[in-house]
Write a protein that binds this ligand. Structure first.
Ligand code: T3D
Length: 262
């Protein structure tokens, strides 16, 4: 169970790899618990300035492990509400509330909750061979783990309903064209591009990144007036940061800034 999540820590970058390739990295309780524990620890580790979430083998994640959901006649079905309350919703909250950027490096197929966990991250970069599948309706469920929230917001109702009702795979390229994800890159350069993106963010102003996440999430529910007030408050805070001073000093001296992430 310990190995269902692999952790690799490099300078400023922690990479979490979903590691149940024989089941396309689908979630079981042990993997949920291991991922939650790692996210909580990495959240508070000041050395870690960016997180990368990816998968081993040919899949990113196939959502819930359905072999744990087989029901024999006469047997009571699992309480899915309980599963969502205990595992999937807290995972989405952990990713959203993470005070540093989280990159979903979608190396292969992302299905069911696996697709929507990727969408809960801040930047989704996908290999060209990856696909996004809102597989839920195929088994009589609806998009969870925030799927019913992201899809209409990112795509509009027409495309959101098409994906949710038909459960057809969406190519990484189409996902990028539609604005569902940040970028699609060729498989051959995918690992290098993920590294480059992570290194860039790890050298950046982490506190500003945290406030950018906060402000853009707040914008989902705020009026312009509320958002202007929030920007004022957050900018006031960032204006007192060491990274802001360094950023301005570096700009004026025409050199690269050395951000400390504080
Ligand atoms: O239950 C709760 O707690 C509520 C929360 C639910 C959240 C959810 O995520 S519900 C949705 C669950 N996920 C799915 O419905 C996706 C099911 N999988 C697929 O649709 C397809 O496998 C993929 C689109 C992901 C990939 O298709 P393909 O053709 O590339 O591969 P494949 O041949 O279908 O799968 C390869 C193997 O992985 C296969 O096993 P085998 O035949 O080699 O022994 C397949 O059964 C297994 N596999 C794939 N996904 C799952 C899985 N085994 C268990 N659970 C899976 N989710």
């Amino acid at each position: 169970a310990e190995t269902s999540i692999e952790l690799k820590q490099e300078v400023g970058v922690a990479t979490l790899t979903l590691n149940r390739p024989e089941r396309l990295n689908s979630f079981n309780p042990a993997m949920h618990r291991a991922l939650a524990a790692e996210l909580d620890r990495l959240r508070d580790d000041a050395e870690v300035r960016v997180l990368v979430l990816t998968g081993t083998g040919r899949a990113f994640c196939a959502g819930q492990d359905l072999s744990d959901r087989a029901v024999t006649p006469g047997q009571q079905a699992a309480d899915l509400g309980e599963s969502i309350e205990r595992y999937y919703a807290p995972l989405v909250r952990r990713l959203r509330d993470m005070p540093k950027p989280v990159i979903a490096a979608v190396n292969g197929v992302a299905a069911g909750a696996g697709a929507n966990i990727a969408l809960a991250c801040d930047l989704v970069i996908a290999a060209r061979s990856a696909r996004f599948v809102q597989a839920f309706s195929k088994i009589g469920l609806l998009p969870d783990s925030g799927g019913s929230y992201w899809l209409p917001r990112l795509l509009g109702q027409a495309r959101a309903l098409g994906l949710a009702l038909l459960a057809e795979p969406l190519s990484a390229e189409q996902a990028a064209q539609w604005g569902l994800i940040w970028r699609c890159v060729d498989d051959a350069v995918f690992p290098a591009e993920v590294q480059r993106l992570a290194a860039e963010l790890a050298a950046g102003p982490t506190l500003a990144y945290a406030r950018i996440k906060q402000a853009l999430q707040a914008a989902e529910r705020n009026s312009l007036e509320q958002q202007l007030l929030l920007e004022r408050d957050l900018q006031r805070e960032l204006g007192c940061s060491a990274d802001y001073r360094e950023g301005v000093a570096a700009f004026l001296a025409k050199r690269q800034p050395q951000f400390q992430g504080q």
